[in-house]
Design a binder for this molecule. Sequence first.
Ligand code: 5GP
Length: 173
Amino acid sequence: MSPRLEVLIPATRIAARVAELGATISRDYGDGEIVIIGVLKGSFMFMADLLRHITCPVTLEFMAARSYDAGTTTSGQIEVTKDLGRPIEGKDVLLVEDIIDTGLTLNYLKLLLAQRQPRSLKTAAFLDKPSRRRIQISGEYIGFEIEDKFVVGYGLDFEQKYRNLKDLCVLVS
Ligand code: 5GP
């Protein structure tokens, strides 16, 4: 039987919140240039929408990270499968993530990037699931805090599917 999808956050609410986040980021950075690093694949839709609401000068980079996971669980082992193409030394860097769940991926990426000596390093995450945290870490710009449910849509997948959904949905098996 194929899983059922229930809308958790509709596209209209997502759009309004992403616009708010973009305005806050624009206010915080002013005219300063930001290097925005999208963590593939899950953040691509959030990143694209967020960027349209950021008025500061920006340059874009992408990274890809993978946790050795099985289905909907995270093992804690992180591997960077795509690294940056340029140095970030002395730059103001904003890491854009889809979701902070256990926090292990973000922690790993932040430690890695901090070694490259950016001027500042902040995180924008579309979603935050604080109840799942295995390490104490948080993002400066959070779209929505959600309960411990496995979500798909708006860039997030289950077995590479559902990324194209406009709404954020819960998979109900
Ligand atoms: P971490 O557990 O390291 O904080 O998150 C690792 C990654 O697991 C996230 O970047 C995201 O791609 C994936 N992930 C965590 N929770 C969910 C979820 O509810 N739905 C989906 N589709 N991916 C998730």
